[in-house]
Design a protein around this ligand. Structure first.
Ligand SMILES: *[C@@H]1O[C@H](CO)[C@@H](O)[C@H](O)[C@H]1NC(C)=O
Ligand SMILES: *[C@@H]1O[C@H](CO)[C@@H](O)[C@H](O)[C@H]1NC(C)=O
Ligand SMILES: *[C@@H]1O[C@H](CO)[C@@H](O)[C@H](O)[C@H]1NC(C)=O
Length: 647
């Protein structure tokens, strides 16, 4: 197995700007009670620390590095684990109190590129900020990254905020309404058996006997950016919760479908701003001399408590309520950096998107619930891998009307995709946003890829493989959280289930009798055979009552690909040369990381009528790259179209 190649992201530079956290509850109040809350105080402890204190939470920051070393809440002396990683991450070289009054404290910990330090200093200036507000049960953090003209080339693979909590306190983790559970300890993982990929561990001897025989893997807790709004940990013993709240995606890379880690055994909670995960090619790369500036955050670290009930559901509900409040107050009005524009310095775009596909409907189709977004100008779909700018996405209503608000001034392209329709839309013009802009783009029409009438189709064009057959895991390798609901794809080892189901012969799908929900395996993987992993060829069998002369089109939408090669053959599986090949594609690693999608791609393959016959025909789809269980791709949707009909 080519493990080295898959793990590249860890060779790169990790930029971690803080480790450890813990907090308290008390909803933040902005009502008349506000003034009765204790005023903020900033304590200076010698030259080494400052403490932000609002009577609810105390947050201790080291000076000048700006590491969070202690969070006091509800009588807990430190929510954070003792920080063994103080030498990691972005460290300030000085600090400055930007604002200090009874309602707000904001502290800046800048660091500048220092060429005299050689390779140990990155050509990047960073201003790391912490903010505490009166009556608010937590604190905010954000960072401004800047490269000036003339800075030398560099690349960074990951940027994130990380908090490591006291493992003796926190044992219950919550990511969503259904994804929450009692978790193993870091020790349980060290005592366990490492599986393929060191992040996946079989718990052979956990301290909590109920967890014995389960698999733990941090990638089982990944989330799409669009759904990653609040996640964290609960101390069932103390009735205290610790939450990372991300009120907006505007600063995250790769758009709404980019997946990132959330919380995992540590206990660790992250806010990941950029990474290669589930994309493979997202690192921030700068040319010699390339200037750049971007604000990551703010994110809110929220603490809550419920000592009476010690019930995880009440803390989770309260955390979601707080997340809604943070979302509603975005863009925040309190950050003091002039690089964070306030609401009145931003703009908006309105319009309506419809779809024209005469083989679906002779009239325009409303782009119901379409994803519509602004991102840096680029090619169709470039937003999937865009990492340097900001992105602003919304969903259209059932009629396709949309409004995007809170857009930072800048030059953007408008991109869209519509659930149920293949391909991507891009608006022809650039959208220039100035402070206060209100741009109306009017009625837009998307012409999706379409040559002729549908002869057959497999799946739903929604950029995931979720509608296909997802097997049960090997019972010896299960995570009991994911046994019986829609998250089954997050189980470990599903790649090997293909070989169990198809030990000798590959999948055959017969149009008309097979059902994609149970007969189309969610990932086109290799087969385990004699201790190696061999290429596989799937067959789609279909009948044509007659063949019309002209060009047929096979639309192949992929939801993910990793070091795979998809070859297409028509009616001859032994043809030495494939009719079509993608060559090697993809590095998103969604199969190994239990995703149901990675990056989207689309191929339109022409098939001449000479290659087809009246009666039964077969299209053979080969995943031609073997040698590893993790090489493969996921289909989003397949469609065979006949030659165009003359109207
Ligand atoms: C914060 O620190 C102050 C000063 O040490 C202390 O009086 C107060 O109780 C602390 N607050 C919390 C929430 O621990
Ligand atoms: C917007 O960006 C595009 C692509 O880089 C460029 O061609 C265009 O001139 C820009 N427009 C403005 C007003 O800067
Ligand atoms: C796999 O191994 C078995 C037993 O050694 C052998 O009979 C068989 O031919 C091998 N199959 C392949 C495809 O190499």
């Amino acid at each position: 197995m080519e493990k080295g190649g898959w793990e590249k992201q860890y060779w790169g530079l990790l930029m971690v700007f803080i480790v450890h956290l813990f907090l308290i509850t008390e909803a933040s109040l902005r009502g008349p009670e506000y003034k009765s809350l204790p005023p903020l105080r900033l304590h200076r402890l010698g030259h080494e620390y400052v403490v932000m204190d609002n009577g609810i939470v105390n947050v201790t920051l080291s000076t000048p590095k700006g590491m969070v070393t202690r969070i006091q809440y509800k009588g807990i002396d430190n929510i954070l684990e003792y920080n063994k990683e103080t030498n990691r991450g972005l460290q300030g070289t000085s600090y400055k109190v930007i604002k200090e009054d009874e309602n707000q404290i904001e502290i800046s910990f800048p660091s500048k590129w220092n060429p005299s330090l050689g390779d140990s200093s990155r050509p990047l200036n960073v201003d790391k900020r912490f903010v505490m507000l009166r009556g608010s049960s937590g604190f905010y953090t954000y960072a401004i990254f800047e490269r000036l003209n003339g800075f030398p080339a560099m690349s960074i693979d990951q940027g994130r905020v990380a908090f490591k909590l006291q493992h003796k306190l926190f044992n219950y983790m919550a990511i969503s309404n259904t994804r929450q559970r009692v978790m193993p300890t870091p020790n349980d993982r060290s005592n366990g058996q490492t599986l393929d990929y060191h992040e996946a561990v079989l718990l052979t001897n956990p301290s909590n006997p109920h967890l014995k025989g389960e698999v733990d893997d941090k990638y089982q807790y990944s989330e799409d950016n669009k759904d990653n709004r609040v996640h964290g940990w609960i101390s069932l013993d103390k009735g205290v919760g610790f939450w990372v709240i991300t009120p907006s995606d505007e600063f995250k890379v790769g758009g709404p479908l980019k997946q990132e880690l959330t919380s995992h055994v540590g206990p660790t909670s992250l806010s990941v701003f950029f990474s290669n995960h589930y994309a493979g090619i997202l690192s921030l790369k700068f040319q010699d001399g390339e200037p750049w500036k971007k604000v990551f955050g703010p994110v809110f670290v929220y603490l809550n408590s419920d000592s009476a009930q010690k019930d995880p559901s009440s803390l989770w509900k309260d955390a979601k309520r707080q997340m809604m409040k943070e979302k509603e107050s975005w863009p925040y009005d309190f950050p003091h950096s002039e690089d964070f524009p306030k609401a009145n310095q931003r703009g908006m775009v309105r319009g309506r998107l419809q779809v024209r596909d005469r083989y679906i409907n002779r009239y325009l189709i409303n782009a119901n619930s379409a994803y519509i977004g602004l991102a840096k100008p680029g090619e169709v779909r470039s937003w999937q891998t865009e990492s340097k700018g900001y992105q602003f996405w919304t969903r259209a209503n059932p009629e396709g009307h949309f409004t995007i608000t809170g857009i930072r001034p800048g030059n953007y392209s408008l991109y869209a995709w519509v659930p149920g329709i293949i391909g991507d839309y891009k608006y022809d013009n650039f959208i220039i946003i100035a402070p206060g802009s209100e741009i109306r783009v009017g009625e837009l029409v998307y012409l999706p890829p379409r040559i002729g009438p549908t002869l057959w189709e497999i799946g739903i064009p929604d950029r995931t493989a979720a509608e296909f057959y997802v097997p049960d895991p090997n019972p010896e390798l299960a995570n009991n959280l994911y046994t019986d609901h829609a998250d089954k794809f997050r189980q470990y080892g599903l790649w090997d289930r293909y070989s169990d189901i198809y030990p000798k012969h590959d999948l055959i799908f017969t149009v008309g009798t097979s059902m994609y929900q149970k007969d189309w395996f969610f990932a086109h993987v290799t087969r385990k055979q004699n201790n190696t992993y061999v290429p596989t060829t799937w067959r789609v069998s279909f009948r044509l009552e007659h063949v019309r002369s002209g060009t047929y089109t096979l639309q192949l939408a992929l939801a993910s690909s990793s070091y795979s090669e998809l070859q297409v053959r028509v009616n001859n599986p032994w043809a030495a040369r494939p009719h079509f090949t993608t060559l090697r594609i993809g590095r998103d690693n969604a199969i190994a990381r239990h995703g149901i999608h990675g990056l989207y791609s689309l191929y339109s393959v022409d098939i001449s009528s000479f290659q087809l016959v009246k009666g039964s025909n077969s299209i053979y789809l080969t995943q031609a790259r073997g040698g590893s269980p993790f090489k493969g791709h996921m289909y989003d949707y397949l469609r065979l179209e006949g030659p165009p009909e003359i109207k």
